[in-house]
Design a protein around this ligand. Structure first.
Ligand code: ADP
Ligand code: MN
Ligand code: MN
Ligand code: MN
Length: 366
């Protein structure tokens, strides 16, 4: 089993230092999305006292030429604090702060999709859009081989692993449990977790979150996941089809509702939203992974509980459709629907923005 070197450092020795008092000062770790639109970066500074709100955390900057983000000779980029969380690694009073990235001219960086998401959510405020995202991911050794799989060959075929129990069914539960607790401590609105269909693949859910909150909480939950995996010496990949062949891919199902959908008679509004989505399939596919649909084309094959990337479909309790209305929602006559198309490595700001543009702001065109 190939495990990263730093995970083998003595964690008991580390804990001795982590327990030292800090004299009221606070360590604040700034977290941001780099130029790939998928990877996260972070760096830490000391503040004189514990920040109580996001306003207490100053802007900062970083070298964009080292994160695939700068333009020409203007390599300084601004970090604008956007949402503050408790730091589950170094504990209170320390903070994690998710940031927006602005360029030297204070325009949003190319991969700062929060900027337009925020503007869109502002326009749709009165409809109270709620989201719940299901983040699937796969654990790998640092050699890129799925964690817990035989070094040569494959585990037995899919069937026993989804929500599995037992050392021969699931691999890496320590990571899942550590991540769940750390998210709760941080203040991330994590709502659950389960083992997935492919062995070493897992899911956690975040939500319901309203508006811009969704992207913030999911990105920070991803940060916590990658950081915990460091401690355990494995890597979490969000690749939508990490293993080719007869193995499930990884998605980020987007559950969505507005206020009218959540009330009696809501099913009519859900059906109207699905009708609007059916006319904009290409637009949505384009923003549901960071490569304009290229990554998702490996996953959305029409097999392994997915719909084909080329077709739009919807149905009650249908996991082979683009859009699924949960059975309970069909029975109640109100609630929410699930867009199953987003890839695991999607940018949640782009996904939530697109849903609101189409379903609430009635934008059309592909
Ligand atoms: P699945 O059956 O597809 O595996 P999950 O239980 O994994 O569903 O995830 C359901 C998600 O839907 C959760 O993230 C939850 O927060 C979210 N959710 C529940 N109610 C609503 C709602 N009214 N609007 C939006 N999202 C919701
Ligand atoms: Mn789920
Ligand atoms: Mn799932
Ligand atoms: Mn789902």
């Amino acid at each position: 089993m190939s495990v990263a070197v730093s995970s083998k450092l003595n964690k008991t020795v580390r804990d001795q230092y982590l327990k030292l008092p800090q004299d009221g000062k606070a360590q604040v770790t700034y977290v941001w999305i780099d130029g790939t639109g998928e990877s996260l970066r972070c760096k830490t500074r000391t503040l004189k006292c514990e920040p109580k709100t996001i306003q207490d955390i100053p802007e900062w900057n970083f070298d964009g030429s080292s994160t695939y983000q700068s333009e020409g000779s203007n390599s300084d980029m601004f970090l604008i604090p956007a949402r503050m969380f408790r730091d589950p690694f170094t504990l209170d009073p320390n903070k994690l702060v998710l940031c927006e990235v602005l360029k030297y001219n204070r325009k949003p960086a190319e991969t700062n999709l929060r900027y337009t998401c925020r503007e869109t959510m502002d326009k749709a405020k009165l409809s109270h859009p709620w989201f719940g995202l299901e983040q699937e991911y796969s654990l790998l050794g640092i050699n890129g081989h799925p964690y817990g799989w035989p070094e040569n060959g494959f585990p037995g075929p899919q069937g026993p692993y989804y929500c599995g129990v037992g050392a021969d069914k699931v691999f890496g539960r320590d990571i899942v449990e550590a991540h769940y607790k750390a998210c709760l401590y941080a203040g991330v609105k994590i709502s659950g977790t389960n083992a997935e269909v492919m062995p070493s693949q897992w899911e956690f859910q975040v939500g319901p979150c309203e508006g811009i909150e969704m992207g913030d909480h999911l990105w920070l939950a991803r940060y916590i996941l990658h950081r915990i995996c460091e401690d355990f010496g494995v890597v979490a990949t969000l690749d939508p089809k990490p293993i080719t062949g007869n193995w499930n891919g990884a998605g980020c199902h987007a559950n969505f509702s507005t206020e009218v959908m959540r009330k009696e008679g809501g099913l009519k509004h859900i059906e109207e939203a699905i009708e609007k989505l059916s006319k904009r399939h290409e637009y949505h596919i384009h923003v549901y992974d960071p490569k304009g649909g290229q990554d998702n084309s490996r996953r959305l094959t029409g097999k392994h509980e997915t719909s084909s990337i080329h077709d739009f479909s919807a149905g009650v309790a249908n996991r082979g459709a683009s859009i699924r209305i949960p059975r309970q929602v069909g029975q109640d006559g109100f609630g929410y629907f699930e867009d199953r198309r987003p890839a695991a490595n999607c940018d949640p700001y782009a996904v939530t923005e697109a849903l609101v543009r189409t379903c609430v702001l009635n934008e059309t065109g592909n």
